[in-house]
Design a protein around this ligand. Structure first.
Ligand SMILES: NC(=O)c1ccc[n+]([C@@H]2O[C@H](COP(=O)([O-])OP(=O)(O)OC[C@H]3O[C@@H](n4cnc5c(N)ncnc54)[C@H](OP(=O)(O)O)[C@@H]3O)[C@@H](O)[C@H]2O)c1
Length: 312
């Protein structure tokens, strides 16, 4: 059987561009949606052209033109959507419902991967407001997919390293702290960090794999399951400097939401579930899921000390 033809929707995005790269690297005929709405965004256009230079094909279609989406989807076997879903960038998860309609009408798609790539929304029904919107909207998309009987894989990627690792998981910065670092509670909840390039590699590996059909793929590379304290230790060992540590109680952390804008409040809610509740690692993967590093042991995933070295 040949490798599936893949359409990446949202290909110029943060994770999308890495998915395009991984599709090409794994030898898939790779198509990337080009939306007329990009207007004068020269950076986006040039990124799309660079994908073409690397061997991808660009397909024009718009979320405002249903038939154009159907026509795009008909050209491929698999659709991977990386639609925006981070409030401080932009959050358009429900726009995907239009893509679900197009996939349903086209009728040829043998696997759809919607924009997920975070915590498993099915396990986040208890999430606190307003951050729960992320999980509720992802569940709305899941429900539409399953109602339309579209074959799927959901990817639960846990923490993208770039957002959580160099900053030692401090909110509102992406850079390493210089003097002091806030520790969430006792700092001992197990968190799972994944290099974004590895997220893309594992994601693309699933698309022709019958073991991941209608399942959730959880990314839990063993050596990247770390507590916040272990992450801080790693950085201190690399720099040879000790940071002042202060513990933040769950109550104070949640109280910090007051007066923040929506994006900040969503961030605090998500961090609360990850760092105080341990929501990434406090369950066993059941029948509904598979673990990526077990399915694909050949992937040489990036360890977080290597990731951190980029920031020295
Ligand atoms: N686990 C983690 O730590 C983590 C971190 C960040 C994100 N995520 C998840 O990863 C997924 C992707 O997030 P991201 O940060 O990569 O997204 P992003 O870069 O903000 O946006 C991705 C793409 O969405 C498309 N898009 C945005 N608005 C649109 C609209 N109105 N209509 C059509 N397309 C639109 C654009 O695609 P084109 O212009 O290319 O068509 C854009 O490049 C989300 O589900 C998010 O929740 C997880």
């Amino acid at each position: 059987m040949g490798k599936s033809k893949v359409l990446v929707v949202g290909g110029t995005g943060y994770i999308g561009k890495r998915i395009v790269k991984a599709c090409l690297a794994q030898g898939h005929a790779t198509y990337v949606l080009q939306r007329p709405e990009i207007g004068l965004d020269i950076d986006k256009l040039q990124m799309l052209l660079s994908f073409k230079e690397q061997g991808a094909r660009l397909i024009e279609a718009s979320f405002s033109d249903h038939q154009s989406l159907v026509d795009a989807v008909k050209q491929v076997d698999v659709v991977i959507c990386t639609m925006s879903g981070v409030h401080f960038r932009s959050h358009n998860i429900l726009v995907q419902l239009k893509l679900v309609d197009a996939i349903k009408e086209a009728g040829n798609i043998k696997r759809f991967l919607p924009s997920e790539f975070g915590m498993d929304p099915a396990r986040m029904r208890h999430a606190i407001e307003p951050g729960n919107v992320t999980f509720e909207e992802k569940m709305t998309v899941r429900n539409a997919i399953e109602k339309a009987k579209i074959p799927f894989t959901y990817v639960s990627a846990n923490c993208f390293a770039g957002y959580f690792v160099p900053n030692l998981s401090q909110l509102a910065t992406l850079l390493p702290p210089k003097d002091k670092v806030g520790i969430y509670g006792d700092g001992n909840q197990k968190v799972i960090f994944v290099d974004e390039a590895d997220v893309a590699t594992y994601t693309v590996k699933t698309i022709d794999d019958p073991r991941t059909l209608n399942k959730t793929l959880y990314l839990r590379p063993k050596e990247n399951i770390l507590t916040q304290r272990q992450l801080v230790d790693m950085w201190e060992n690399l720099t040879g400097r000790t940071l002042d540590k202060f513990s933040i109680s769950a109550q104070d952390f949640l109280a910090s939401m007051k007066g923040m804008d929506l994006a900040g409040q969503v961030g605090v809610g998500h961090f609360y579930h990850i760092f105080y509740e341990g929501c990434l690692s406090n369950f066993e993967i059941g029948e509904e899921g598979e673990e990526a590093s077990e399915l694909y042991p050949e992937v040489q995933y990036t360890r977080m000390d290597a990731y951190l070295k980029r920031y020295l």
